[in-house]
Design a protein around this ligand. Structure first.
Ligand code: PRP
Ligand code: URA
Length: 209
Protein backbone atom coordinates (compact mmCIF):
# COMPACT_ATOMS: atom_id res chain seq x y z
CA UNK A 1 0.00 0.00 0.00
CA UNK A 2 1.35 3.45 -0.92
CA UNK A 3 2.69 5.43 2.00
CA UNK A 4 1.14 8.93 2.32
CA UNK A 5 3.33 11.64 3.84
CA UNK A 6 1.74 15.00 4.69
CA UNK A 7 4.20 17.85 5.32
CA UNK A 8 2.93 19.98 8.17
CA UNK A 9 6.01 22.21 8.32
CA UNK A 10 5.01 25.77 9.32
CA UNK A 11 6.81 27.38 6.36
CA UNK A 12 5.02 25.11 3.89
CA UNK A 13 1.64 25.68 5.53
CA UNK A 14 2.13 29.46 5.61
CA UNK A 15 3.08 29.63 1.94
CA UNK A 16 0.26 27.29 0.94
CA UNK A 17 -2.31 29.44 2.74
CA UNK A 18 -1.22 32.44 0.66
CA UNK A 19 -1.52 30.34 -2.51
CA UNK A 20 -5.07 29.29 -1.59
CA UNK A 21 -6.18 32.94 -1.26
CA UNK A 22 -8.12 33.86 -4.40
CA UNK A 23 -6.60 37.36 -4.30
CA UNK A 24 -3.03 36.06 -4.70
CA UNK A 25 -1.82 36.95 -8.19
CA UNK A 26 0.05 34.87 -10.74
CA UNK A 27 3.55 36.16 -9.91
CA UNK A 28 3.28 35.39 -6.21
CA UNK A 29 1.48 32.10 -6.85
CA UNK A 30 4.32 30.97 -9.15
CA UNK A 31 7.03 31.98 -6.67
CA UNK A 32 5.31 30.24 -3.77
CA UNK A 33 4.74 27.01 -5.70
CA UNK A 34 8.42 26.90 -6.56
CA UNK A 35 9.46 27.59 -2.95
CA UNK A 36 7.13 24.92 -1.55
CA UNK A 37 8.37 22.39 -4.13
CA UNK A 38 11.93 23.04 -2.94
CA UNK A 39 10.98 22.60 0.71
CA UNK A 40 9.05 19.42 -0.09
CA UNK A 41 11.82 17.79 -2.08
CA UNK A 42 14.17 18.25 0.86
CA UNK A 43 11.94 15.83 2.79
CA UNK A 44 10.93 13.62 -0.14
CA UNK A 45 14.60 12.74 -0.62
CA UNK A 46 15.34 12.15 3.07
CA UNK A 47 15.82 8.38 2.63
CA UNK A 48 18.15 8.49 -0.39
CA UNK A 49 21.13 6.16 -0.09
CA UNK A 50 24.55 7.54 0.75
CA UNK A 51 28.02 6.02 0.82
CA UNK A 52 31.15 6.81 2.77
CA UNK A 53 33.82 8.75 0.86
CA UNK A 54 37.17 10.20 1.87
CA UNK A 55 37.54 13.96 1.42
CA UNK A 56 40.67 16.04 1.85
CA UNK A 57 39.78 19.31 3.56
CA UNK A 58 42.32 22.17 3.87
CA UNK A 59 43.00 20.80 7.37
CA UNK A 60 42.97 16.99 7.12
CA UNK A 61 41.24 14.06 5.47
CA UNK A 62 37.88 12.89 6.76
CA UNK A 63 35.25 10.29 6.08
CA UNK A 64 32.10 11.94 4.75
CA UNK A 65 28.90 10.84 3.03
CA UNK A 66 27.72 11.40 -0.53
CA UNK A 67 24.72 10.23 -2.53
CA UNK A 68 25.21 6.72 -3.89
CA UNK A 69 21.86 5.24 -4.94
CA UNK A 70 19.81 5.70 -8.09
CA UNK A 71 20.12 9.07 -9.80
CA UNK A 72 17.01 11.21 -9.73
CA UNK A 73 14.68 12.19 -12.53
CA UNK A 74 11.76 14.56 -12.31
CA UNK A 75 8.62 14.33 -14.39
CA UNK A 76 6.21 17.26 -14.20
CA UNK A 77 2.70 16.60 -15.45
CA UNK A 78 1.92 19.42 -17.90
CA UNK A 79 0.92 22.09 -17.43
CA UNK A 80 0.72 22.79 -13.72
CA UNK A 81 3.55 20.42 -12.73
CA UNK A 82 5.94 22.77 -14.55
CA UNK A 83 5.55 25.20 -11.68
CA UNK A 84 7.33 22.77 -9.36
CA UNK A 85 10.36 22.05 -11.57
CA UNK A 86 12.57 25.03 -10.70
CA UNK A 87 12.20 24.48 -6.97
CA UNK A 88 13.22 20.84 -7.27
CA UNK A 89 16.10 21.56 -9.65
CA UNK A 90 17.44 24.14 -7.20
CA UNK A 91 18.09 21.33 -4.73
CA UNK A 92 18.85 18.52 -7.19
CA UNK A 93 20.60 20.23 -10.11
CA UNK A 94 21.79 16.96 -11.68
CA UNK A 95 18.26 15.55 -12.04
CA UNK A 96 17.10 14.89 -15.60
CA UNK A 97 13.68 16.23 -16.54
CA UNK A 98 11.00 14.37 -18.49
CA UNK A 99 7.55 15.69 -19.38
CA UNK A 100 4.11 14.15 -19.57
CA UNK A 101 1.35 16.17 -21.17
CA UNK A 102 -2.13 15.35 -19.89
CA UNK A 103 -5.28 17.34 -19.59
CA UNK A 104 -8.45 16.40 -17.82
CA UNK A 105 -11.47 16.34 -20.11
CA UNK A 106 -13.79 18.83 -18.38
CA UNK A 107 -16.89 16.68 -19.01
CA UNK A 108 -15.69 13.13 -18.34
CA UNK A 109 -12.82 14.22 -16.01
CA UNK A 110 -10.81 11.49 -17.79
CA UNK A 111 -7.15 12.28 -18.58
CA UNK A 112 -6.08 12.68 -22.22
CA UNK A 113 -2.37 12.23 -23.06
CA UNK A 114 -0.86 14.63 -25.60
CA UNK A 115 2.90 14.40 -24.92
CA UNK A 116 5.45 12.12 -23.27
CA UNK A 117 9.22 12.45 -23.38
CA UNK A 118 11.34 10.87 -20.67
CA UNK A 119 15.13 10.93 -20.24
CA UNK A 120 16.81 8.00 -22.04
CA UNK A 121 18.06 6.38 -18.83
CA UNK A 122 14.83 6.86 -16.84
CA UNK A 123 14.59 3.12 -16.21
CA UNK A 124 17.62 3.40 -13.93
CA UNK A 125 16.47 6.52 -12.13
CA UNK A 126 14.25 7.24 -9.14
CA UNK A 127 11.53 9.45 -10.64
CA UNK A 128 9.67 12.22 -8.81
CA UNK A 129 6.35 12.87 -10.52
CA UNK A 130 5.26 16.45 -9.93
CA UNK A 131 1.74 17.88 -10.06
CA UNK A 132 0.29 20.43 -7.65
CA UNK A 133 -3.20 18.87 -7.66
CA UNK A 134 -4.30 15.28 -6.99
CA UNK A 135 -8.07 15.48 -7.42
CA UNK A 136 -9.78 12.35 -8.81
CA UNK A 137 -6.29 10.92 -9.26
CA UNK A 138 -7.06 10.12 -12.89
CA UNK A 139 -4.23 12.25 -14.31
CA UNK A 140 -1.59 11.01 -11.88
CA UNK A 141 -2.66 7.39 -12.27
CA UNK A 142 -2.52 7.67 -16.07
CA UNK A 143 0.88 9.39 -15.92
CA UNK A 144 2.23 6.59 -13.72
CA UNK A 145 0.82 4.03 -16.18
CA UNK A 146 2.60 5.72 -19.09
CA UNK A 147 5.85 5.81 -17.14
CA UNK A 148 5.56 2.14 -16.13
CA UNK A 149 4.79 1.18 -19.75
CA UNK A 150 8.19 2.64 -20.60
CA UNK A 151 9.86 0.29 -18.13
CA UNK A 152 10.33 2.63 -15.15
CA UNK A 153 9.29 1.22 -11.80
CA UNK A 154 10.89 3.44 -9.18
CA UNK A 155 8.89 6.57 -8.58
CA UNK A 156 7.30 8.84 -5.99
CA UNK A 157 4.35 11.17 -6.46
CA UNK A 158 4.72 14.75 -5.17
CA UNK A 159 1.58 16.90 -4.92
CA UNK A 160 0.82 20.19 -3.25
CA UNK A 161 -2.83 19.38 -2.39
CA UNK A 162 -4.59 16.03 -2.53
CA UNK A 163 -8.22 15.03 -2.15
CA UNK A 164 -9.00 11.76 -0.35
CA UNK A 165 -10.48 10.46 -3.62
CA UNK A 166 -7.14 10.96 -5.42
CA UNK A 167 -5.16 9.29 -2.67
CA UNK A 168 -7.52 6.29 -2.74
CA UNK A 169 -7.20 6.04 -6.53
CA UNK A 170 -3.39 5.95 -6.45
CA UNK A 171 -3.35 3.49 -3.56
CA UNK A 172 -5.66 1.21 -5.55
CA UNK A 173 -3.99 1.56 -8.98
CA UNK A 174 -0.37 1.95 -7.85
CA UNK A 175 0.19 0.61 -4.33
CA UNK A 176 3.95 0.65 -5.02
CA UNK A 177 4.07 4.46 -5.41
CA UNK A 178 4.40 6.59 -2.26
CA UNK A 179 2.60 9.95 -2.15
CA UNK A 180 4.00 13.17 -0.65
CA UNK A 181 1.63 16.11 -0.14
CA UNK A 182 1.66 19.51 1.57
CA UNK A 183 -2.04 19.23 2.43
CA UNK A 184 -4.78 16.63 2.45
CA UNK A 185 -8.04 18.49 1.74
CA UNK A 186 -11.64 17.59 2.43
CA UNK A 187 -13.37 16.38 -0.74
CA UNK A 188 -14.08 17.02 -4.44
CA UNK A 189 -16.99 19.16 -5.59
CA UNK A 190 -19.38 18.20 -8.44
CA UNK A 191 -16.94 19.63 -11.02
CA UNK A 192 -14.02 17.58 -9.73
CA UNK A 193 -12.36 20.53 -7.97
CA UNK A 194 -10.65 20.05 -4.63
CA UNK A 195 -12.47 21.65 -1.66
CA UNK A 196 -11.22 23.94 -0.22
CA UNK A 197 -8.28 23.63 -2.66
CA UNK A 198 -6.91 26.63 -4.51
CA UNK A 199 -8.91 26.57 -7.76
CA UNK A 200 -7.42 25.67 -11.10
CA UNK A 201 -3.67 25.39 -10.52
CA UNK A 202 -2.70 25.65 -14.21
CA UNK A 203 -4.80 28.76 -14.79
CA UNK A 204 -3.51 30.47 -11.64
CA UNK A 205 0.09 29.57 -12.47
CA UNK A 206 -0.02 30.78 -16.07
CA UNK A 207 -2.64 33.51 -15.74
CA UNK A 208 -4.94 31.93 -18.28
CA UNK A 209 -8.16 32.84 -16.50
C1 PRP B 1 -5.04 19.63 -13.26
C2 PRP B 1 -3.92 19.28 -12.33
C3 PRP B 1 -3.80 17.79 -12.48
C4 PRP B 1 -5.22 17.38 -12.72
C5 PRP B 1 -5.76 16.80 -11.44
O1 PRP B 1 -4.59 19.68 -14.56
O2 PRP B 1 -2.73 19.97 -12.59
O3 PRP B 1 -2.97 17.39 -13.56
O4 PRP B 1 -5.96 18.56 -13.06
O5 PRP B 1 -7.04 16.31 -11.63
P1 PRP B 1 -7.37 14.76 -11.52
O6 PRP B 1 -6.64 14.24 -10.31
O7 PRP B 1 -8.87 14.72 -11.36
O8 PRP B 1 -6.92 14.09 -12.79
P2 PRP B 1 -5.56 20.09 -15.79
O9 PRP B 1 -6.19 18.88 -16.37
O10 PRP B 1 -6.46 21.19 -15.34
O11 PRP B 1 -4.54 20.58 -16.88
P3 PRP B 1 -3.51 21.83 -16.85
O12 PRP B 1 -2.43 21.48 -15.86
O13 PRP B 1 -3.03 21.85 -18.25
O14 PRP B 1 -4.26 23.07 -16.45
N1 URA C 1 -7.22 20.50 -11.02
C1 URA C 1 -6.98 21.71 -10.47
O1 URA C 1 -6.20 22.50 -11.00
N2 URA C 1 -7.63 22.03 -9.34
C2 URA C 1 -8.48 21.19 -8.73
O2 URA C 1 -9.04 21.56 -7.68
C3 URA C 1 -8.72 19.94 -9.33
C4 URA C 1 -8.08 19.62 -10.45
Amino acid sequence: MSKVVVFDHPLIQHKLSIMRDKNTGTKEFRELLSEIAMLMVFEVTRDLETKEVEVETPITTCKCRMLSGKKLGIVPILRAGLGMVDGVINLVPAARVGHIGLYRDPKSLEPVEYYCKLPEDSVNRELLILDPMLATGGSASAAINFIKQRGCHHMRLVNLIAAPEGIARIQKDHPDVDIYVAALDDHLNDHGYIVPGLGDAGDRLFGTK
